[in-house]
Design a binder for this molecule. Sequence first.
Ligand code: NAI
Ligand code: MG
Length: 495
Amino acid sequence: MNSSDQLFINGTWLSAVDGATREIFNPATNEVITLVSDASLSDTEKAIHAARTAFDSGPWPRLTATERATYLFKLADLIEAQAEALAMVETRNSGKPLREARYDVADASACFRYYAGLITKPSGETYAVPDPNILAMTVREPIGVCAQIIPWNYPFLMAAWKLAPGLAAGNCCILKPAETTPLSAIELFNLIAQLNFPPGSVQLLLGSGPTVGNLLAESPLVDKIAFTGSTKTGRSIMRAATGNIKKVTLELGGKSPNIVFADADLNLALEYALFAIFAGQGQVCTAGSRLLLQDTLAETFLPRLAEASRCIVVGDGMNPDTEMGPLISPLQLERVQAYIQSGLAEGAQLLCGGQRINTPECERGNFLEPTIFVHTHPCMKIVQEEIFGPVLVVQLFHDEAEAISLANDSVYGLAAGVFTSDTTKGLRVLKQLRAGITWLNTYHPTFNEAPWGGYKQSGIGRELGTYGLDAYLEIKQININLAPQPLGWYRKCFS
Ligand code: NAI
Ligand code: MG
Protein backbone atom coordinates (compact mmCIF):
# COMPACT_ATOMS: atom_id res chain seq x y z
CA MET A 1 0.00 0.00 0.00
CA ASN A 2 1.30 3.48 -0.85
CA SER A 3 0.86 6.00 1.91
CA SER A 4 -1.94 7.63 -0.10
CA ASP A 5 -3.87 4.46 -1.00
CA GLN A 6 -6.36 3.67 1.73
CA LEU A 7 -9.39 2.54 -0.21
CA PHE A 8 -9.53 -1.24 -0.34
CA ILE A 9 -11.61 -2.24 -3.36
CA ASN A 10 -11.69 -5.61 -5.13
CA GLY A 11 -8.69 -6.84 -3.17
CA THR A 12 -6.50 -3.85 -4.06
CA TRP A 13 -5.40 -0.69 -2.22
CA LEU A 14 -6.33 2.41 -4.22
CA SER A 15 -6.29 6.16 -3.84
CA ALA A 16 -9.43 8.19 -4.50
CA VAL A 17 -9.93 8.62 -8.23
CA ASP A 18 -9.63 12.42 -7.92
CA GLY A 19 -6.70 12.12 -5.50
CA ALA A 20 -8.70 13.69 -2.67
CA THR A 21 -7.46 13.26 0.89
CA ARG A 22 -8.67 14.14 4.35
CA GLU A 23 -6.69 15.20 7.43
CA ILE A 24 -6.99 12.92 10.45
CA PHE A 25 -6.51 14.46 13.88
CA ASN A 26 -5.46 13.37 17.34
CA PRO A 27 -8.27 14.64 19.60
CA ALA A 28 -5.90 14.96 22.58
CA THR A 29 -3.85 17.60 20.76
CA ASN A 30 -5.76 18.49 17.58
CA GLU A 31 -2.55 17.81 15.66
CA VAL A 32 -2.79 16.16 12.25
CA ILE A 33 -1.73 12.52 12.49
CA THR A 34 -1.88 11.73 8.80
CA LEU A 35 -3.79 12.17 5.55
CA VAL A 36 -6.07 9.47 4.21
CA SER A 37 -7.85 8.94 0.91
CA ASP A 38 -11.28 10.49 0.66
CA ALA A 39 -13.54 8.58 -1.71
CA SER A 40 -15.72 10.29 -4.29
CA LEU A 41 -19.04 9.05 -5.63
CA SER A 42 -17.21 7.31 -8.46
CA ASP A 43 -14.98 5.43 -5.98
CA THR A 44 -18.16 4.46 -4.18
CA GLU A 45 -19.67 3.11 -7.42
CA LYS A 46 -16.46 1.16 -7.96
CA ALA A 47 -16.69 -0.41 -4.50
CA ILE A 48 -20.36 -1.24 -4.98
CA HIS A 49 -19.68 -2.89 -8.36
CA ALA A 50 -16.79 -4.90 -6.92
CA ALA A 51 -18.98 -6.20 -4.11
CA ARG A 52 -21.88 -6.84 -6.50
CA THR A 53 -19.72 -8.86 -8.91
CA ALA A 54 -18.11 -10.75 -6.04
CA PHE A 55 -21.50 -11.64 -4.64
CA ASP A 56 -23.12 -12.55 -7.96
CA SER A 57 -20.26 -14.60 -9.36
CA GLY A 58 -17.28 -14.63 -6.99
CA PRO A 59 -16.16 -17.30 -4.58
CA TRP A 60 -17.01 -15.76 -1.19
CA PRO A 61 -20.73 -16.65 -0.93
CA ARG A 62 -19.99 -20.02 -2.54
CA LEU A 63 -17.30 -21.11 -0.09
CA THR A 64 -18.43 -23.53 2.55
CA ALA A 65 -19.18 -21.99 5.90
CA THR A 66 -16.13 -23.79 7.27
CA GLU A 67 -13.92 -22.17 4.64
CA ARG A 68 -15.24 -18.69 5.44
CA ALA A 69 -14.84 -19.41 9.15
CA THR A 70 -11.19 -20.27 8.56
CA TYR A 71 -10.53 -16.78 7.17
CA LEU A 72 -12.25 -15.19 10.16
CA PHE A 73 -10.43 -17.32 12.73
CA LYS A 74 -7.13 -16.33 11.11
CA LEU A 75 -8.18 -12.68 11.17
CA ALA A 76 -8.98 -12.98 14.90
CA ASP A 77 -5.50 -14.47 15.46
CA LEU A 78 -3.80 -11.63 13.56
CA ILE A 79 -5.78 -9.03 15.54
CA GLU A 80 -4.72 -10.68 18.76
CA ALA A 81 -1.08 -10.79 17.69
CA GLN A 82 -1.18 -7.04 16.89
CA ALA A 83 -3.46 -6.08 19.77
CA GLU A 84 -1.23 -3.55 21.50
CA ALA A 85 -0.34 -1.73 18.28
CA LEU A 86 -3.98 -1.64 17.25
CA ALA A 87 -5.04 -0.28 20.63
CA MET A 88 -2.47 2.50 20.33
CA VAL A 89 -3.73 3.47 16.87
CA GLU A 90 -7.26 3.52 18.26
CA THR A 91 -6.32 5.71 21.20
CA ARG A 92 -4.38 8.18 19.08
CA ASN A 93 -7.24 8.57 16.62
CA SER A 94 -10.30 8.35 18.91
CA GLY A 95 -8.88 9.78 22.14
CA LYS A 96 -10.21 6.95 24.28
CA PRO A 97 -7.97 5.85 27.16
CA LEU A 98 -5.62 3.03 26.21
CA ARG A 99 -7.20 0.65 28.72
CA GLU A 100 -10.54 1.08 26.91
CA ALA A 101 -8.94 0.65 23.48
CA ARG A 102 -7.26 -2.58 24.63
CA TYR A 103 -10.59 -3.87 25.77
CA ASP A 104 -12.21 -2.99 22.43
CA VAL A 105 -9.51 -4.73 20.40
CA ALA A 106 -9.79 -7.92 22.48
CA ASP A 107 -13.57 -7.80 22.12
CA ALA A 108 -13.30 -7.29 18.35
CA SER A 109 -11.07 -10.31 17.97
CA ALA A 110 -13.51 -12.35 20.07
CA CYS A 111 -16.36 -11.14 17.84
CA PHE A 112 -14.67 -12.55 14.70
CA ARG A 113 -14.14 -15.84 16.57
CA TYR A 114 -17.72 -15.94 17.79
CA TYR A 115 -19.22 -15.57 14.30
CA ALA A 116 -16.64 -17.87 12.73
CA GLY A 117 -17.83 -20.50 15.19
CA LEU A 118 -21.52 -19.72 14.91
CA ILE A 119 -21.76 -19.94 11.12
CA THR A 120 -20.83 -23.63 11.14
CA LYS A 121 -23.45 -24.50 13.77
CA PRO A 122 -26.85 -25.98 12.83
CA SER A 123 -29.36 -23.52 11.39
CA GLY A 124 -32.66 -23.84 9.59
CA GLU A 125 -35.70 -25.85 10.61
CA THR A 126 -38.12 -28.41 9.31
CA TYR A 127 -41.85 -27.89 9.74
CA ALA A 128 -44.69 -30.28 10.54
CA VAL A 129 -47.10 -29.04 7.85
CA PRO A 130 -50.63 -30.49 7.39
CA ASP A 131 -49.69 -32.51 4.29
CA PRO A 132 -47.95 -35.81 4.92
CA ASN A 133 -46.36 -35.73 1.48
CA ILE A 134 -44.61 -32.41 1.88
CA LEU A 135 -41.30 -31.96 3.63
CA ALA A 136 -41.04 -28.27 4.52
CA MET A 137 -37.77 -26.75 5.66
CA THR A 138 -35.76 -23.56 5.70
CA VAL A 139 -32.21 -22.78 4.74
CA ARG A 140 -30.41 -19.52 5.38
CA GLU A 141 -28.58 -17.67 2.67
CA PRO A 142 -26.59 -14.45 2.55
CA ILE A 143 -28.51 -11.27 1.73
CA GLY A 144 -26.04 -10.02 -0.87
CA VAL A 145 -24.09 -6.76 -0.90
CA CYS A 146 -24.08 -5.21 2.56
CA ALA A 147 -23.00 -1.62 3.20
CA GLN A 148 -21.95 -0.98 6.76
CA ILE A 149 -21.64 2.57 8.08
CA ILE A 150 -20.06 3.02 11.49
CA PRO A 151 -19.45 5.89 13.94
CA TRP A 152 -16.34 7.32 15.57
CA ASN A 153 -16.87 6.31 19.19
CA TYR A 154 -15.87 2.63 18.82
CA PRO A 155 -14.14 2.60 15.42
CA PHE A 156 -12.45 -0.81 15.70
CA LEU A 157 -15.14 -2.63 17.66
CA MET A 158 -17.94 -1.41 15.38
CA ALA A 159 -15.98 -2.60 12.34
CA ALA A 160 -15.90 -6.07 13.94
CA TRP A 161 -19.58 -6.01 14.92
CA LYS A 162 -20.44 -5.30 11.28
CA LEU A 163 -17.90 -7.34 9.34
CA ALA A 164 -17.82 -10.49 11.48
CA PRO A 165 -21.49 -11.54 11.05
CA GLY A 166 -21.75 -10.01 7.56
CA LEU A 167 -18.79 -11.97 6.19
CA ALA A 168 -19.48 -15.15 8.16
CA ALA A 169 -22.92 -15.27 6.55
CA GLY A 170 -21.38 -15.06 3.07
CA ASN A 171 -22.24 -11.48 2.18
CA CYS A 172 -19.90 -9.17 0.30
CA CYS A 173 -19.35 -6.12 2.46
CA ILE A 174 -18.44 -2.46 2.12
CA LEU A 175 -17.34 -0.84 5.37
CA LYS A 176 -17.49 2.94 5.70
CA PRO A 177 -15.88 4.26 8.89
CA ALA A 178 -16.63 7.71 10.26
CA GLU A 179 -14.72 10.56 8.60
CA THR A 180 -12.74 11.31 11.77
CA THR A 181 -11.66 7.79 12.77
CA PRO A 182 -10.50 5.61 9.86
CA LEU A 183 -7.06 4.61 11.15
CA SER A 184 -7.82 1.38 13.02
CA ALA A 185 -10.05 0.23 10.13
CA ILE A 186 -7.12 0.73 7.75
CA GLU A 187 -5.01 -1.47 10.07
CA LEU A 188 -7.78 -4.08 10.10
CA PHE A 189 -7.85 -4.12 6.30
CA ASN A 190 -4.07 -4.53 6.24
CA LEU A 191 -4.66 -7.80 8.08
CA ILE A 192 -7.52 -8.70 5.71
CA ALA A 193 -5.22 -8.01 2.76
CA GLN A 194 -2.52 -10.26 4.28
CA LEU A 195 -5.00 -13.11 4.45
CA ASN A 196 -5.98 -12.74 0.77
CA PHE A 197 -9.71 -12.68 1.20
CA PRO A 198 -11.22 -13.30 -2.27
CA PRO A 199 -11.32 -10.00 -4.25
CA GLY A 200 -14.54 -8.07 -3.75
CA SER A 201 -15.59 -9.96 -0.64
CA VAL A 202 -14.81 -6.98 1.56
CA GLN A 203 -14.07 -3.31 0.75
CA LEU A 204 -12.97 -0.33 2.82
CA LEU A 205 -14.43 2.97 1.69
CA LEU A 206 -13.30 6.16 3.46
CA GLY A 207 -15.42 9.19 2.80
CA SER A 208 -18.10 11.60 3.81
CA GLY A 209 -21.43 10.47 5.24
CA PRO A 210 -23.73 12.73 3.24
CA THR A 211 -22.10 11.75 -0.11
CA VAL A 212 -20.45 8.31 0.07
CA GLY A 213 -22.67 7.06 2.92
CA ASN A 214 -25.82 8.33 1.29
CA LEU A 215 -24.97 6.66 -2.04
CA LEU A 216 -24.44 3.36 -0.22
CA ALA A 217 -27.89 3.77 1.34
CA GLU A 218 -29.48 4.69 -2.00
CA SER A 219 -27.79 2.34 -4.45
CA PRO A 220 -30.07 -0.27 -6.03
CA LEU A 221 -27.04 -2.60 -6.18
CA VAL A 222 -26.76 -2.72 -2.39
CA ASP A 223 -29.09 -5.21 -0.69
CA LYS A 224 -28.65 -4.27 2.93
CA ILE A 225 -27.49 -1.31 4.95
CA ALA A 226 -26.35 -1.64 8.54
CA PHE A 227 -25.77 1.58 10.43
CA THR A 228 -24.63 2.69 13.87
CA GLY A 229 -24.79 6.38 14.70
CA SER A 230 -27.22 9.21 15.36
CA THR A 231 -30.97 8.84 15.11
CA LYS A 232 -31.02 11.80 12.71
CA THR A 233 -28.68 10.08 10.25
CA GLY A 234 -30.49 6.77 10.78
CA ARG A 235 -33.70 8.45 9.65
CA SER A 236 -32.00 9.78 6.52
CA ILE A 237 -30.52 6.35 5.74
CA MET A 238 -33.88 4.68 6.14
CA ARG A 239 -35.40 7.18 3.71
CA ALA A 240 -32.58 6.68 1.19
CA ALA A 241 -32.98 2.90 1.44
CA THR A 242 -36.60 2.82 0.28
CA GLY A 243 -35.81 2.75 -3.47
CA ASN A 244 -34.95 -0.93 -3.61
CA ILE A 245 -36.51 -1.91 -0.26
CA LYS A 246 -33.12 -2.53 1.30
CA LYS A 247 -32.89 -4.52 4.46
CA VAL A 248 -32.08 -1.97 7.13
CA THR A 249 -30.67 -2.45 10.61
CA LEU A 250 -30.05 0.60 12.76
CA GLU A 251 -28.31 1.05 16.10
CA LEU A 252 -29.05 4.63 17.06
CA GLY A 253 -29.01 7.05 19.94
CA GLY A 254 -30.02 6.76 23.55
CA LYS A 255 -30.77 8.66 26.73
CA SER A 256 -30.52 5.73 29.04
CA PRO A 257 -31.71 5.83 32.65
CA ASN A 258 -29.63 4.37 35.45
CA ILE A 259 -31.96 3.93 38.44
CA VAL A 260 -30.51 3.86 41.95
CA PHE A 261 -32.85 2.83 44.79
CA ALA A 262 -32.15 3.77 48.40
CA ASP A 263 -31.65 0.10 49.30
CA ALA A 264 -28.80 -0.35 46.78
CA ASP A 265 -25.22 -1.13 47.71
CA LEU A 266 -24.29 2.54 47.49
CA ASN A 267 -20.56 2.10 46.95
CA LEU A 268 -21.30 -0.14 43.99
CA ALA A 269 -23.99 2.21 42.69
CA LEU A 270 -21.65 5.20 42.98
CA GLU A 271 -18.82 3.64 41.00
CA TYR A 272 -21.19 2.36 38.32
CA ALA A 273 -22.99 5.69 38.06
CA LEU A 274 -19.63 7.23 37.11
CA PHE A 275 -18.68 4.40 34.78
CA ALA A 276 -22.11 4.50 33.12
CA ILE A 277 -21.66 8.09 31.99
CA PHE A 278 -17.92 8.81 31.91
CA ALA A 279 -16.61 5.68 30.16
CA GLY A 280 -15.82 6.68 26.59
CA GLN A 281 -16.19 10.33 27.65
CA GLY A 282 -19.95 9.76 27.55
CA GLN A 283 -19.74 9.29 23.77
CA VAL A 284 -21.42 5.92 24.09
CA CYS A 285 -24.83 5.04 22.67
CA THR A 286 -25.78 3.19 25.87
CA ALA A 287 -24.28 5.81 28.23
CA GLY A 288 -26.18 5.99 31.51
CA SER A 289 -26.74 9.67 30.89
CA ARG A 290 -29.71 10.04 33.24
CA LEU A 291 -29.15 9.11 36.88
CA LEU A 292 -32.53 8.43 38.45
CA LEU A 293 -31.90 8.69 42.17
CA GLN A 294 -34.38 7.90 44.95
CA ASP A 295 -35.04 11.24 46.63
CA THR A 296 -34.08 10.09 50.15
CA LEU A 297 -30.52 9.54 48.86
CA ALA A 298 -30.01 13.00 47.41
CA GLU A 299 -28.37 14.59 50.43
CA THR A 300 -25.74 11.92 50.96
CA PHE A 301 -25.19 10.43 47.49
CA LEU A 302 -24.86 13.60 45.42
CA PRO A 303 -21.93 15.13 47.35
CA ARG A 304 -20.08 11.81 47.08
CA LEU A 305 -20.85 11.65 43.35
CA ALA A 306 -19.51 15.18 42.81
CA GLU A 307 -16.39 14.45 44.85
CA ALA A 308 -15.68 11.24 42.93
CA SER A 309 -16.23 12.95 39.57
CA ARG A 310 -13.67 15.61 40.44
CA CYS A 311 -11.11 12.86 41.12
CA ILE A 312 -11.37 11.32 37.64
CA VAL A 313 -8.03 11.67 35.87
CA VAL A 314 -8.68 13.38 32.53
CA GLY A 315 -5.92 13.50 29.95
CA ASP A 316 -4.29 12.10 26.84
CA GLY A 317 -5.47 8.51 26.42
CA MET A 318 -1.88 7.40 25.75
CA ASN A 319 -0.94 8.30 29.32
CA PRO A 320 -1.40 5.09 31.36
CA ASP A 321 -2.94 7.03 34.27
CA THR A 322 -5.70 8.54 32.15
CA GLU A 323 -9.23 7.56 33.12
CA MET A 324 -11.13 9.83 30.74
CA GLY A 325 -9.93 11.21 27.40
CA PRO A 326 -10.92 14.08 25.11
CA LEU A 327 -14.05 14.40 23.00
CA ILE A 328 -13.63 13.35 19.41
CA SER A 329 -13.45 16.80 17.80
CA PRO A 330 -13.71 20.53 18.42
CA LEU A 331 -17.16 20.27 16.81
CA GLN A 332 -18.32 17.62 19.30
CA LEU A 333 -16.89 19.70 22.17
CA GLU A 334 -18.88 22.67 20.87
CA ARG A 335 -22.09 20.60 20.65
CA VAL A 336 -21.67 19.37 24.22
CA GLN A 337 -20.83 22.84 25.52
CA ALA A 338 -23.98 24.14 23.83
CA TYR A 339 -25.98 21.55 25.81
CA ILE A 340 -24.34 22.73 29.03
CA GLN A 341 -25.35 26.31 28.19
CA SER A 342 -28.86 25.14 27.37
CA GLY A 343 -29.13 23.32 30.71
CA LEU A 344 -28.10 26.44 32.59
CA ALA A 345 -30.46 28.60 30.54
CA GLU A 346 -33.34 26.25 31.33
CA GLY A 347 -32.60 26.50 35.06
CA ALA A 348 -30.71 23.31 35.86
CA GLN A 349 -27.76 23.63 38.26
CA LEU A 350 -24.25 22.31 37.91
CA LEU A 351 -23.27 19.93 40.70
CA CYS A 352 -19.74 19.76 39.26
CA GLY A 353 -17.80 20.32 36.06
CA GLY A 354 -19.11 22.23 33.07
CA GLN A 355 -15.81 23.73 31.93
CA ARG A 356 -13.30 22.98 29.24
CA ILE A 357 -9.99 21.86 30.78
CA ASN A 358 -7.11 24.26 30.25
CA THR A 359 -4.23 22.58 32.05
CA PRO A 360 -0.97 22.42 30.04
CA GLU A 361 -1.62 18.75 29.20
CA CYS A 362 -5.18 19.42 28.04
CA GLU A 363 -5.36 22.91 26.59
CA ARG A 364 -4.79 21.91 22.94
CA GLY A 365 -7.25 19.00 22.99
CA ASN A 366 -11.02 18.67 23.27
CA PHE A 367 -11.15 18.07 27.02
CA LEU A 368 -14.20 18.73 29.15
CA GLU A 369 -14.65 18.25 32.89
CA PRO A 370 -16.89 15.42 34.06
CA THR A 371 -20.14 17.34 34.39
CA ILE A 372 -23.26 16.69 36.47
CA PHE A 373 -26.53 18.61 36.44
CA VAL A 374 -29.06 18.62 39.29
CA HIS A 375 -32.41 20.42 39.68
CA THR A 376 -33.47 19.16 36.30
CA HIS A 377 -36.96 18.91 34.88
CA PRO A 378 -38.14 16.19 32.45
CA CYS A 379 -38.93 18.82 29.80
CA MET A 380 -35.40 20.18 29.60
CA LYS A 381 -33.37 19.56 26.44
CA ILE A 382 -30.51 18.16 28.53
CA VAL A 383 -32.91 15.53 29.92
CA GLN A 384 -34.50 14.60 26.61
CA GLU A 385 -31.72 14.81 24.00
CA GLU A 386 -28.63 12.67 23.52
CA ILE A 387 -25.70 14.90 24.54
CA PHE A 388 -22.95 12.39 23.70
CA GLY A 389 -20.39 13.79 26.08
CA PRO A 390 -19.43 13.54 29.77
CA VAL A 391 -22.62 15.17 31.03
CA LEU A 392 -24.87 13.43 33.53
CA VAL A 393 -28.32 14.71 34.45
CA VAL A 394 -29.76 13.70 37.82
CA GLN A 395 -33.51 13.14 38.17
CA LEU A 396 -34.98 12.46 41.62
CA PHE A 397 -37.85 10.02 42.07
CA HIS A 398 -40.02 9.20 45.05
CA ASP A 399 -41.12 5.62 44.50
CA GLU A 400 -40.93 2.68 42.12
CA ALA A 401 -43.81 3.88 39.95
CA GLU A 402 -42.26 7.29 39.47
CA ALA A 403 -38.87 5.75 38.66
CA ILE A 404 -40.45 3.67 35.91
CA SER A 405 -42.43 6.54 34.47
CA LEU A 406 -39.42 8.90 34.40
CA ALA A 407 -37.23 6.17 32.95
CA ASN A 408 -39.66 5.53 30.09
CA ASP A 409 -40.25 9.23 29.40
CA SER A 410 -37.95 9.28 26.36
CA VAL A 411 -38.15 8.85 22.60
CA TYR A 412 -35.21 6.48 23.02
CA GLY A 413 -35.17 2.96 24.43
CA LEU A 414 -31.66 1.63 24.15
CA ALA A 415 -30.40 0.67 27.62
CA ALA A 416 -31.24 0.95 31.31
CA GLY A 417 -29.68 0.04 34.65
CA VAL A 418 -31.20 -0.65 38.04
CA PHE A 419 -29.34 -0.74 41.36
CA THR A 420 -31.11 -2.28 44.36
CA SER A 421 -30.48 -5.00 46.94
CA ASP A 422 -34.05 -6.20 46.46
CA THR A 423 -33.67 -8.48 43.45
CA THR A 424 -37.39 -9.04 43.06
CA LYS A 425 -37.99 -5.30 42.89
CA GLY A 426 -35.07 -4.92 40.48
CA LEU A 427 -36.51 -7.50 38.11
CA ARG A 428 -40.01 -6.06 38.45
CA VAL A 429 -38.67 -2.66 37.41
CA LEU A 430 -36.49 -3.98 34.57
CA LYS A 431 -39.48 -5.80 33.15
CA GLN A 432 -41.39 -2.54 32.81
CA LEU A 433 -38.60 -0.55 31.17
CA ARG A 434 -38.96 0.02 27.44
CA ALA A 435 -35.32 -0.67 26.57
CA GLY A 436 -33.45 -3.31 24.59
CA ILE A 437 -30.46 -3.75 26.90
CA THR A 438 -30.93 -3.79 30.69
CA TRP A 439 -28.61 -4.35 33.62
CA LEU A 440 -29.30 -5.16 37.27
CA ASN A 441 -26.57 -4.07 39.70
CA THR A 442 -24.13 -3.50 36.86
CA TYR A 443 -23.81 -1.18 33.87
CA HIS A 444 -22.25 -1.51 30.40
CA PRO A 445 -21.16 -5.15 30.19
CA THR A 446 -21.62 -6.19 26.55
CA PHE A 447 -21.21 -9.70 25.23
CA ASN A 448 -20.75 -10.97 21.69
CA GLU A 449 -23.10 -13.81 22.65
CA ALA A 450 -26.14 -11.68 23.56
CA PRO A 451 -28.37 -9.48 21.34
CA TRP A 452 -27.79 -5.73 21.29
CA GLY A 453 -30.18 -3.04 20.11
CA GLY A 454 -32.93 -0.65 20.99
CA TYR A 455 -36.64 -0.07 21.37
CA LYS A 456 -38.38 3.05 20.05
CA GLN A 457 -36.13 5.54 18.22
CA SER A 458 -32.98 3.74 19.35
CA GLY A 459 -33.05 1.48 16.34
CA ILE A 460 -34.29 -1.44 14.31
CA GLY A 461 -33.06 -5.00 14.67
CA ARG A 462 -30.37 -6.51 16.85
CA GLU A 463 -26.64 -6.99 16.51
CA LEU A 464 -24.52 -9.65 18.22
CA GLY A 465 -25.55 -13.12 19.28
CA THR A 466 -27.56 -15.36 16.97
CA TYR A 467 -29.89 -12.43 16.15
CA GLY A 468 -26.90 -10.52 14.83
CA LEU A 469 -26.19 -13.31 12.35
CA ASP A 470 -29.88 -13.59 11.36
CA ALA A 471 -29.72 -9.91 10.43
CA TYR A 472 -27.30 -10.87 7.63
CA LEU A 473 -29.24 -13.87 6.35
CA GLU A 474 -32.30 -14.39 4.20
CA ILE A 475 -34.54 -17.29 5.10
CA LYS A 476 -35.56 -19.54 2.21
CA GLN A 477 -38.51 -21.87 2.55
CA ILE A 478 -38.09 -25.18 0.69
CA ASN A 479 -41.04 -27.51 0.08
CA ILE A 480 -40.30 -30.99 -1.22
CA ASN A 481 -43.04 -33.14 -2.71
CA LEU A 482 -42.42 -36.68 -1.45
CA ALA A 483 -45.18 -38.24 -3.60
CA PRO A 484 -45.38 -36.43 -6.95
CA GLN A 485 -48.63 -37.14 -8.78
CA PRO A 486 -50.93 -35.19 -11.12
CA LEU A 487 -52.63 -32.30 -9.41
CA GLY A 488 -55.98 -32.77 -11.20
CA TRP A 489 -56.80 -29.04 -11.01
CA TYR A 490 -57.32 -28.40 -14.77
CA ARG A 491 -59.54 -31.30 -15.69
CA LYS A 492 -59.95 -30.75 -19.46
CA CYS A 493 -56.28 -30.40 -20.40
CA PHE A 494 -54.83 -33.13 -18.22
CA SER A 495 -57.54 -35.83 -18.33
P1 NAI B 1 -23.57 10.55 12.44
O1 NAI B 1 -24.61 9.60 12.88
O2 NAI B 1 -23.98 11.58 11.44
O3 NAI B 1 -22.32 9.73 11.85
C1 NAI B 1 -22.16 8.33 11.96
C2 NAI B 1 -21.78 7.75 10.61
O4 NAI B 1 -22.77 8.06 9.66
C3 NAI B 1 -20.47 8.29 10.02
O5 NAI B 1 -19.79 7.23 9.36
C4 NAI B 1 -20.96 9.28 9.00
O6 NAI B 1 -20.03 9.48 7.95
C5 NAI B 1 -22.21 8.63 8.50
N1 NAI B 1 -23.19 9.53 7.90
C6 NAI B 1 -23.45 10.82 8.23
N2 NAI B 1 -24.44 11.31 7.47
C7 NAI B 1 -24.82 10.33 6.61
C8 NAI B 1 -25.80 10.22 5.58
N3 NAI B 1 -26.60 11.25 5.27
N4 NAI B 1 -25.94 9.05 4.93
C9 NAI B 1 -25.17 8.00 5.25
N5 NAI B 1 -24.21 8.03 6.21
C10 NAI B 1 -24.04 9.19 6.89
O7 NAI B 1 -22.96 11.23 13.74
P2 NAI B 1 -22.13 12.60 13.88
O8 NAI B 1 -22.68 13.64 12.97
O9 NAI B 1 -20.71 12.28 13.76
O10 NAI B 1 -22.45 12.97 15.40
C11 NAI B 1 -23.61 13.71 15.75
C12 NAI B 1 -24.31 13.16 16.93
O11 NAI B 1 -24.73 11.85 16.63
C13 NAI B 1 -23.50 12.97 18.20
O12 NAI B 1 -23.44 14.14 18.95
C14 NAI B 1 -24.28 11.91 18.91
O13 NAI B 1 -25.37 12.46 19.60
C15 NAI B 1 -24.81 11.07 17.78
N6 NAI B 1 -24.03 9.83 17.59
C16 NAI B 1 -24.50 8.73 18.19
C17 NAI B 1 -23.82 7.54 18.09
C18 NAI B 1 -24.34 6.34 18.77
O14 NAI B 1 -23.71 5.31 18.74
N7 NAI B 1 -25.50 6.43 19.38
C19 NAI B 1 -22.54 7.44 17.37
C20 NAI B 1 -22.14 8.67 16.72
C21 NAI B 1 -22.87 9.82 16.86
MG1 MG C 1 -23.91 13.78 11.24
